[in-house]
Design a protein around this ligand. Sequence first.
Ligand code: SF4
Length: 395
Amino acid sequence: MLLYVHIPFCRRKCRYCAFFSRPLPEGGGEGEDGPLARYLAALGEELSQWGERLGGREVESVFFGGGTPSLVEPEALAAVLERVRRTFALRPDAEISMEANPDSLHTEEKARGFLDAGINRISLGVQSFDDGRLHTLGRVHRVEEARAAFRAIRKAGCGNLSLDLMWGLPGQTLEDWQAEVREALSLEPDHLSAYGLTLEEGTPLAEDVEKGLLDLPSEETQCAMYLEGIRLFEEAGLSQYEISNFARPGFRCRHNLGYWEGRDYLGLGPAAASTLNGERWTNPEGEAWFEQVREGRPCAEREALDTSTRALELMMLRLRTVKGLALDDYAALTGRAFLDEHGAFVRRLCEGGLAEAKDGTFRLTRQGMLVSNSILGELFEEEQESSGLREKKPT
Ligand code: SF4
């Protein structure tokens, strides 16, 4: 099982973000009665409750995500991890990742604290190497802090360090993006995630674009950015293994690979999703989550995953990866042959250079990954018709 631990606090809300996180009040978050302490106490309680429900189930990876987990002091995070060890059978070789932001992890001392606590992989949210774009995104940090944070984490001894970048940002040109990629690569990360900007409804950035206050690069430029990014990452030895993820050999994120390979995962904290023992649910947000923990009950709204839903998930998750969908896996799950069900669609994609079907595998090409949402949308419709499931929509 994979374990996800949500830390729902950030220094300040970024202008593009739709994740569940709350700004941590200046100086008020860390005290004994502050929101962070209250949260960590409830998190410990939720962890114990799941320990009782699942016994000493084996945990192969832990991922502290958010929000901004690096806002938590290393000692507090060590205590959470200790509780994980007491509650579950945490494998000795488990990958233990933490998302960090440069505004809260810029000293060697704090970085060493997290490594001593047991974190063995850090993913640093740099997002851009341009102060103007960081400002547009509403990020708290600036480029110099990001560089300093990366170096401090390395100096502290982190041997598995990833950084996050974003492309397709307002005002960004292809040349800007190339320069940012080169700057990122000059830091020699072990892993890199490069996400195209998604405009989330209701966020200030989406509203600015809607009002015409900010312009996004053209579709053609965005395609060129994606492909050029891949070229530069791979030239530097970071090979692509998922739509937005690149790694040096041996540094793929095992936790995320586990999601894409369809392993069970338990999510702790508000808004955290879980897929476990044939059921899926998402914890409620805010006070409703505290109430759920206080009452000692699991999330009430759980969906049983039938074969049709699992087939959709299998396609959605595997087609994100460079490895693609093994046709035998589809057949084992559904009892049907993928190419019998979707032959004409597959042929059309292959002829258009958007996919490949060979050696018992169906996978998207880079061009296909660029338009993966619309490909999956069409594939899901066909699959729902084949399986007689018409109400489900891709998540
Ligand atoms: S730091 Fe991450 S989680 Fe927090 S507001 Fe920004 S994008 Fe959202």
